[in-house]
Design a protein around this ligand. Structure first.
Ligand code: SAM
Length: 301
């Protein structure tokens, strides 16, 4: 990395113009300041500027670590304009860093546009991995860590939330969402209605004094948080449709098996493929699905 002095005042030149600076995408702690990485500290000390969503919040972090780089605000309302300005500075040879209020930039935080613009201009981009509520919640949830689907924040409107959740009902992947504490009980109830009473976990205030991870079924967690509304920051992790190990699952009804079979056959799968898919989807044996397929055949004759 070029030194801050060099990148802000004396960029290197070449016949085709100054050598561009580097954009560092720098993760910062989600609570516990000791989670900052050594590389993040040395990078933040060396860049010409630090772009941050909430500059006051980032200033506290910088003050704590005695980092003096100037702060530039980038948020959803000015990202378009800021991206152009910052890319221009990078093009002139300045190194800059993008940070979030907490965690990893771009994950439900600004920066995607800046990254796109920087790529278009051939600016080198370097990710500095570190804390993220998403991954911390996923690995502590006790649910299969992959494949997983990250949905960011769910829509605020209840109908849109329910629609989105229903659309994920058949996904064979652990589902991860950021959620505000005052919406958590509603969301858990809606998730239970849309997905069935699956296993889930709520990871709250990770890395902070009141860190808490609650595991249970969606209905148990909904009842819990309805009775004792949570505070702080939360991540909701829900098991995917394919994971039935140890879960509290009702046996699928006969007509549910047949409905899935009809759907799989209508999608163009062979009978053998449809049986395998439904067996895996419902967590039951292929023989059982095969027997239902015979009933289906008989009913069609
Ligand atoms: N980019 C950040 C990251 O990588 O973790 C997330 C930013 S997003 C705007 C903020 C949301 O992340 C919060 O509403 C909450 O859902 C989750 N979150 C952030 N910090 C958290 C923490 N310490 N514990 C649990 N969830 C957290």
């Amino acid at each position: 990395m070029k030194s801050r002095r060099k990148s802000s005042n004396a960029p290197e030149s070449s016949p085709s113009g100054p050598k561009p600076g580097t954009l560092y995408l720098c993760a910062t702690p989600i609570g516990n300041l000791q989670d900052i990485t050594l590389r993040a500290l040395s990078t933040l000390r060396g860049v010409a500027w630090i772009a941050a969503e909430d500059t006051r919040r980032t200033l506290k972090l910088l003050n704590h670590f005695e980092i003096a780089a100037p702060l530039i605000s980038v948020h959803e309302h000015n990202e378009e304009q800021r991206a152009a300005e910052l890319v221009e500075r990078l093009r002139r040879g300045e190194d800059g860093a993008l940070v979030s209020d907490a965690g990893t930039p771009l994950l439900s935080d600004p920066g995607f546009l800046l990254v796109q613009r920087a790529i278009e201009e051939g600016i080198p981009i370097v990710p500095l991995p570190g804390p993220s509520a998403l991954l911390a919640a996923l690995i502590v949830s006790g649910l299969p860590p992959y494949p997983f689907y990250f949905g960011g924040f769910l829509p605020r409107k209840s109908a849109a939330r329910a629609r989105l959740l229903k659309g994920l009902a058949d996904l064979d992947a652990t589902l991860v969402f950021y959620e505000a504490p005052h919406r958590l009980a509603d969301t858990l109830e809606e998730a239970c209605a849309a997905l069935g009473d699956r296993r889930a976990a709520v990871a709250r205030e990770l890395t902070k004094v009141h860190e808490e991870v609650k595991r249970g079924t969606l209905s148990q967690l909904a009842a819990d948080y309805r009775e004792r509304p949570p505070r702080g920051e939360c991540v909701l992790v829900i098991e995917g449709t394919g994971d039935k190990s140890g879960a509290k699952q009702d046996r699928p009804a006969d007509d549910e098996i047949i409905a899935h079979l009809e759907k799989a056959l209508a999608s163009g799968l062979t009978k053998k493929e449809a049986i395998a898919k439904v067996a895996s989807l419902l967590g039951i044996g292929r023989n059982e699905v095969y027997r239902k397929s015979l009933e289906l055949d008989a009913s069609r004759q």
